[in-house]
Design a protein around this ligand. Structure first.
Ligand code: HEC
Ligand code: HEC
Length: 235
């Protein structure tokens, strides 16, 4: 072969390879359209019409309960959760950064105003009453102090000493950046383990807050997840 024919062959191969890469990219994007990464560091505080939200929540009650306390441990409680956190999660289910076979479909038809109203409604409900958590358990210790030897940070640093997330700031006042951090107290051990597993595997990683939790979840072993679930679900 002459140098020219080698060059021509190489160019032909490169074009074919580029074509295949394009086909693969098209197939991948047809399977799962890439949702844009959401930067929540400047997420404005979310307000909505709680009363209007109550009227829109009928369908949600089937799983999340008539008062926002879930009917089964596979569903999260929404009552008393941060409105900003709830709004952000609904938006992410709708836009595709967070995916779930049930919730993606539930969020798809909601307008931005619907999501704000639903978030305001669930945030206004009384959280699940406190349980008999064992404050001397391994889960309590991990929650309050982490496990520095294993790189586990204290959860309370971000989720609050009482696990109720950020303190609400009265309407109209500037909200701290952690207004989008969730309340964890009273969530079921099953839901907590599912959420921590999704962060760890990277299934829930397409926003700046989820990236923070992805780093935290990497430090947790199965026993840590169980201990934290047992503690938080009974708090
Ligand atoms: C058929 C059951 C079902 C219905 C109906 C339903 N959800 Fe959900 N919801 C789920 C499940 C399951 C999850 C957890 C998804 C996951 O694991 O990521 C969830 C998660 C959520 C979350 C995230 C909570 C968190 O702590 O991160 C919000 C917010 C939410 N749902 C709001 C709603 C709203 C608002 C409606 C009504 C418009 C609704 N859901 C209807 C099953 C349901
Ligand atoms: C540096 C701050 C930070 C620390 C430390 C932290 N978290 Fe988080 N956590 C967050 C943020 C921010 C989110 C919201 C992520 C999102 O939007 O998906 C979150 C979300 C979660 C969720 C999902 C809640 C839901 O309703 O779906 C769980 C569960 C959770 N954290 C558990 C923990 C546990 C357990 C620890 C301690 C081992 C911990 N976190 C430590 C910031 C933190």
């Amino acid at each position: 072969m002459t140098r020219t024919s080698i060059l021509l062959l190489a160019m032909a191969l490169a074009v074919a390879a580029a074509g295949r890469a394009q086909d693969a990219a098209t197939a991948a994007s047809a399977a799962a359209p890439a949702a844009p990464f959401a930067d929540l560091r400047r997420q404005a505080p979310v307000r909505g019409d709680a009363q209007a939200g109550a009227g829109k929540a009928t369908v949600c009650a089937a799983c999340h309960g008539p008062q926002g306390v879930a009917v089964a441990p596979t569903f999260p409680n929404l009552a008393g959760q941060s409105a900003t956190y709830l709004y952000v999660q609904l938006k992410q289910f709708k836009e595709g950064q967070r995916r779930d076979p049930v919730m993606s479909g539930q969020a798809a038809p909601l307008s931005d105003a619907d999501m704000r109203d639903l978030a305001a409604y669930y945030a206004s409900l009384a959280p699940k009453p406190a349980g008999p958590a064992d404050e001397s358990s391994r889960g309590a210790q991990l929650y309050a102090a982490g496990d520095p030897a294993n790189g586990i940070p204290p959860c309370q640093g971000c989720h609050g000493a009482d696990a109720q997330g950020p303190r609400p700031v009265p309407n109209g006042k500037p909200q701290p950046p952690w207004a989008s951090f969730p309340h964890l107290r009273g969530q079921s051990a099953i839901y907590l383990a599912k959420a921590l597993g999704d962060y760890k595997s990277g299934a829930r990683a397409d926003n700046s807050n989820a990236r923070v939790m992805q780093g935290v979840a990497q430090t947790l072993g199965d026993e840590d997840v169980q201990a934290l679930g047992a503690y938080l679900s009974t708090r």
